[in-house]
Ligand binder design. Structure first.
Ligand code: 4NP
Length: 154
């Protein structure tokens, strides 16, 4: 099974979700069966590592994002991944516009199924440290629930 997280720049939110889910899958013994990746709808940061602020916030909780590099989502991804999870409504709209007819991937808002109060992971890029902490809070909790869901699908 293959999961793709998508945000705007692929340097803050979706790489955080990728790193967090990968580590939780490893801990659950599922790393061999479920592949995780992330991408951005935009191409500005392609090839770059995650934002230093995201890396720091992740590291404080034991997640290492340093090996990840940004890439842009493509129409082909809709036939490469089983589940594509958008961080906010704007990402979801952009993905729907890119989705080829008859594509196999299931497309949804990441927090729609795992949400507490919020259904979007807010863009922290122009925010202070608080925004990056909030991304980690939301992603960490949602990934715990996503692991349970994915287990049920295997
Ligand atoms: P992300 O955050 O979508 O969570 O990676 C952003 C990163 C870069 C930009 C916007 C959002 N940007 O405008 O360059």
């Amino acid at each position: 099974m293959r999961v793709l997280f998508v945000c705007l720049g692929n340097i803050c939110r979706s790489p955080t979700a990728e790193g967090v889910l990968r580590q939780k899958l490893r801990a659950a013994g599922l790393a061999e069966r479920i592949e995780v990746a992330s991408a951005g709808t935009g191409n500005w940061h392609v090839g770059k590592p995650p934002d230093a602020r995201s890396q720091r916030a992740a590291k404080r909780r034991g997640y290492d994002l340093s090996a990840q590099r940004a890439q842009q989502v493509t129409a082909m991804d809709f036939n490469r991944y089983d589940l594509i999870l958008a961080m906010d409504q704007s990402n979801l709209r952009d993905l729907k516009a890119l989705q080829p007819a008859g594509a196999l991937a299931e497309l949804d808002l990441f927090l729609r199924r795992y949400a507490g109060v919020k259904d979007e992971v807010p863009d922290p890029y122009y925010d202070g440290d608080h925004g990056f902490e909030e991304v980690l809070d939301l992603v960490d909790r949602a990934c715990d629930l996503l692991v349970i869901e994915l287990k049920g699908r295997l």
